[in-house]
Ligand binder design. Structure first.
Ligand SMILES: *[C@@H]1O[C@H](CO)[C@@H](O)[C@H](O)[C@H]1NC(C)=O
Ligand SMILES: *[C@@H]1O[C@H](CO)[C@@H](O)[C@H](O)[C@H]1NC(C)=O
Length: 330
């Protein structure tokens, strides 16, 4: 199995409102390329954008097997250029830019949930070699006061706060309580590696699983998918002291499968789209909402991807293959 990458232009018309969706008549998009196959079961992708040569950007994806799971790095043609093996059920992955390690130096970080080890694995991107180097510290365990599935990290979203540039990981787990399902941890530089500092638990759940998370750094929101119910929106900055849910996109009316993937597609500092997948065996559907305001529904698009897990999107024009909207999924 592999990751699929598509490029398309999103035409938005003014017709909002969606009491039900006729999936037969949805616009269909075909993938532009597929990556080389990973060993077993791909789950979640991320994109690292090269700072000055966008065509050298990277796609990073997890292969979620126990013990022999992997983290794969692909170029924009889908060719595997690095494989990090022996992760014990890596689930989701995210990228953040500019983690400050001292007065003069900052690094881009890639963080993966390692579910069976109940911890995060942390890597830096070497811009020259385009390789990942591991910088996991000795203290990257999460949900340490829980056991079993409640201590098993799955989803991850990284957040960089604009004013002080601190970076946080927000992590979801295989199962959790109705309140305080998510854990938020600050990334702390410790001589030559990164440790975690616990900040807070927050986030309601309807009692189902929460996997996908996306953070809007610029507007300061986190969205996560309470599978089978809807998308919940919270403040992501712990300093706001506002731990309550801001809003809820109720998907029970338009959903057929699980909401398994979330991605943000930005068109400016404030505007853009929130993309949510409906995980279906005979062609996953992407539902597109407004990023700004109250996240109004815009439209839905059909793909031929089978049971997608995670998705990622960028509005950067990367190369001739991907000049417009760029979304990837597995
Ligand atoms: C900052 O860290 C880098 C990488 O470890 C190192 O090469 C550099 O000397 C450090 N600079 C200072 C001012 O400590
Ligand atoms: C979501 O919509 C369904 C169907 O209309 C409704 O039964 C349910 O109560 C709503 N959930 C929330 C949390 O509003």
């Amino acid at each position: 199995m592999f990751f699929l990458i598509i490029s398309f232009v999103l035409y938005v018309n003014a017709c909002f409102g969606h009491s039900s969706i006729n999936t037969e008549s949805l616009p269909f998009i075909k993938e532009t390329i597929a990556t080389q196959s990973v060993q077993t079961d791909p789950d979640d992708p991320a994109i690292w954008i090269h700072p000055n040569q966008v065509e050298l950007s990277l796609i990073i994806g997890t292969d979620k097997t126990a013990r022999i799971g992997g983290l794969y790095v692909f170029d924009l043609n889908g060719k595997i250029i690095q494989r990090i093996s022996n992760l014990d059920r890596p689930n989701n992955v995210d990228v953040e830019y500019g983690f400050k390690i001292n007065e003069t130096c900052s690094i881009d970080v890639v963080v993966v949930t390692e579910r069976r080890k109940q911890r995060l694995r942390i890597f830096s991107v070497n811009i020259r070699t385009r390789q990942l180097y591991e910088i996991t510290g000795s203290n990257t365990y999460v949900f340490i006061d829980s056991n079993g599935h409640e201590a098993a990290p799955m989803g991850i979203g990284l957040y960089k706060r604009a004013d002080d540039k601190k970076i946080y990981a927000i992590v979801s787990r295989k199962s959790g309580p109705r309140q305080d399902y998510l854990g938020q941890y600050e990334l702390i530089w410790n001589r030559d590696s990164i440790d975690l500092k616990f900040i807070r638990y927050f986030g309601n759940s309807q009692g189902s699983e929460i996997e996908s998370i996306v953070v809007d750094d610029q507007l300061g929101f986190i969205y996560y998918s309470d599978e089978g119910y809807g998308i919940r929106k919270y403040n992501v900055d712990p300093n706001t002291d506002q731990n309550e849910q801001i809003s809820f996109i109720n998907t029970t009316n338009i959903w057929q499968g699980d909401s398994e993937g979330l991605a943000l597609y930005t068109t400016s500092d404030k505007n853009g789209y929130l993309i949510i997948t409906d995980q279906l065996e005979h062609g996953t559907i992407f539902h597109i909402y407004e990023r700004q305001g109250t996240n109004s529904y815009i439209k839905s698009i059909k793909t031929r991807a089978v049971n997608t897990d995670g998705i990622e999107a960028t509005s950067n024009s990367l190369n001739a293959n991907f000049p417009h909207v760029f979304i990837m999924f597995n």
